[in-house]
Design a protein around this ligand. Structure first.
Ligand code: PLP
Ligand code: COI
Length: 342
């Protein structure tokens, strides 16, 4: 694959696609310690055919973004939260933890080294960063790997869901994403492999993605395959599902805080019955890649429930979006410790 060329990119029409940028950070776990840590130009990983990541899915990742501010600085949004979540994911899959302070420093190194690829301020485009850790080395029994590779690569991106702030429709899925005591709270590769078929079925039926229901009763909303779910009730409460099998979304927890402190809404994490969607005047999907994508309608058992509108974003969702992205791009004052300069 050809190296990306920043001078040839159309910043206003970026999709969410891989690009091979000049630099990435890699570190190797060998003989019980992290070594050879630093930037490299080599975009290819060289691993044993018997690597546990290939057979047994021993892999965890993160998703985060770097934002260019109007005064041309570059900043990260809550990178310490990604470091902490990757630690949890690694512990769940018996992988060594890359130290959290070194994680944040490595992210900054990757952003700085590829800074020509951080999109200019103004149209919502960002640099997406993908930290990843995989189990390598030769093992054929079901055991943790003897060696690991940690890498962070990056690419400029636009919208994840095609509509941006134009609503998209979702459908519930017959499949489960994760079990209550499984790996749903960890950001591990297997969860996403399991979501490919349900996601593809949703796309084939004209939906942006599917919304999973709880794995026990198939009644309570869990999350989207790549984002958390929230709804705004008719009496102005920001509600989001409480479940042991969903990813603890950094965007979701940020919105819970902003809804309460900046927008004066009520907030609640609780079970959300898919038969009780009438309580909501608006709904959305939230995440690093998704940012906030308004949900026009949610199809369940053949009925499409429209929330605010299939064409227009609702007023509360728009305010949440403006507040969140304002903080991320440095035009709205951030709560203490939420942004870090690169
Ligand atoms: N849920 C899933 C399954 C995800 O993949 C993501 C993306 O990271 C999210 C939720 C949102 O999490 P965050 O806001 O931390 O990006
Ligand atoms: C993210 O929002 O960072 C994600 O990881 C979602 C998806 C691209 C898997």
């Amino acid at each position: 694959m050809a190296k990306a060329d920043a001078s040839k990119l159309d910043w206003n029409n970026l999709g969410f696609e891989y690009m091979d940028l000049p630099y990435r950070f890699t570190a190797h776990w060998k003989d019980g310690k992290w070594q050879d840590a630093g930037l490299t130009e080599d975009a290819t990983l060289h691993i044993s055919e018997a690597s546990p990541v290939l057979h047994y899915g021993q892999a965890a990742f993160e998703g985060m973004k770097a934002y260019r501010t109007p005064d041309n600085h570059i900043q990260l949004f809550r990178p310490d939260r990604n470091a902490a979540r990757l630690r949890n994911s690694c512990e769940r899959l018996l992988m060594p933890v890359f130290p959290e302070d070194k994680f944040v420093d490595a992210v900054k190194q990757v952003v700085k080294a590829n800074s020509d690829f951080v999109p200019p301020y103004g149209n919502g485009a960002t640099m997406y960063l993908r930290p990843l850790i995989i189990g390598t080395g030769g093992v054929i029994g079901v055991h943790a790997a003897p060696e690991y590779i940690f890498t962070i690569f990056a690419m400029p991106v636009g919208n994840y869901f095609k509509g941006g702030l134009t609503p998209v429709n979702f459908t519930t899925s017959q499949y489960d994403r994760a079990a209550h005591k499984g790996t749903g709270q960890a950001k591990v590769g297997g969860n996403y492999a399991a979501s490919l078929l349900p996601g593809e079925n949703a796309h084939e039926n004209g939906y942006a993605d599917c919304v999973y229901l709880d794995p026990v009763e198939h009644r309570y909303i869990e999350e989207v395959g790549s984002a958390n779910f929230f709804g705004i009730t008719k009496d102005n409460v920001f509600k989001t599902p409480k479940s042991p099998s969903i990813l603890p979304s950094i965007t979701k927890y940020s919105l819970l805080y902003l809804a309460e402190h900046n927008l004066d809404l009520g907030v609640s994490e609780e079970k959300i019955d898919v038969h009780d969607l009438d309580q909501f005047s608006e709904a959305g999907a939230c995440g690093t890649a998704a940012v906030i994508s308004p949900i026009g309608g949610l199809e369940h058992d053949g009925d499409l429930h429209v929330f605010y509108s299939e064409k227009e974003v609702g007023p509360v969702t728009k305010k949440l979006y403006d507040t969140l992205t304002g903080i991320q791009f440095g035009t709205v004052e951030a709560p203490e410790g939420w942004v870090q300069q690169v």
